[in-house]
Design a protein around this ligand. Structure first.
Ligand SMILES: N[C@@H](CCC[C@H](N)C(=O)O)C(=O)O
Length: 270
């Protein structure tokens, strides 16, 4: 079968995007893994599929990690999905809504950037009680659409993100679903830098949107820094996280603002 695809990236987190509004595609996990393979396929951290909405939004968002497994949400993917679906609509909209497993989200076009109105974070735990060998940091956890652990460290550049990230991702405390693992450091009040090991990619990626949100919320809880929090990512960009606090460890109106760019499109035999 010849598949038409688009390649996009959000802050360096890259995606194969397919238009499946007619539901004619039924990609298997193996096919998705092959499409995301950087040597044998297009190469990407994940695959986004546009499907018809079921509950009144503009579209349905499906997200698959590079290993072919479906995930509930992807923050950088959501910005790319917003940019992609806005281009599918007849009149250029200010906002696109889409159903995800983590709830219905909205993407707003803000100048060159896309701002995602995220689902409210759940399962927030300051100090999850877990620890991993060789990492002297408290592991906080929160689900910002997908599960995340956040560890604040002094020396981010020299942190072994793959080793510690893999140990956290596979830690029994976060089983059976596993977790993404973020390492963050404070650059100045309200400005942090992060690196993320992603579940389903099983490696460090250049950026992770839901991970940025997790680290920004923890930064607020640990230091009191107000919104918006700026987040530098490994890919070199700085994104912005907005939020409102509704309780001691509860947040709403969480937003993620950053780039979402088309890279190329093509056809591939699968
Ligand atoms: N890259 C993402 C997160 C994608 C899902 C994640 N790997 C998981 O399995 O939880 C983002 O930008 O949020």
């Amino acid at each position: 079968m010849l598949l038409h695809f688009y390649k996009m990236n959000g802050a360096g987190n890259d995606f194969v995007v397919v238009d499946n509004r007619d539901l004619s595609l039924n990609l298997t996990g193996d096919q998705i893994e092959l499409l995301c393979d950087r040597h044998r396929g297009v190469g990407a951290d994940g695959l986004l599929a546009v499907e018809p909405a079921e509950n009144g939004a503009d579209f349905k968002f499906r997200y698959y990690n590079a290993d072919g497994g479906e995930a509930e949400m992807c923050g950088n993917g959501a910005r790319c999905f917003g940019r992609f679906t806005a281009a599918l609509m007849e009149e250029a909209p200010d906002q696109v809504t889409f159903e995800t497993i983590a709830g219905t989200l909205a993407a707003e076009i803000v100048d060159e950037n896309i701002r995602i109105a995220m689902s409210d974070p759940v399962d927030l735990q300051m100090d999850s009680g877990a620890s991993v060998d060789g990492l002297d940091a408290t592991l906080h956890s929160v689900n910002t659409g997908v599960p995340h652990v956040v560890a604040y460290v002094d020396d981010l550049e020299n942190t072994d993100v793959v080793r510690h990230g893999r140990a956290i991702r596979n830690h029994e405390r976060f089983a059976p679903k596993g977790t993404n693992a973020n390492f963050a450091t404070v650059l100045s009040p309200g400005h942090i830098a992060i690196r993320t090991y992603e579940r389903g990619v099983e490696d460090e990626t250049l950026a992770c949107g839901t991970g940025m949100v997790a680290c920004a919320l923890m930064h607020h809880l640990l230091t009191g820094a107000p919104a918006p929090v700026k987040v530098d990512v490994k890919g070199g960009e700085t994104l912005e996280i907005g939020f409102e606090k509704t309780g001691e460890q509860q947040f709403t109106k969480v937003t993620l603002t950053g780039t979402a760019d088309f890279v190329f499109e093509g056809d591939i035999e699968i």
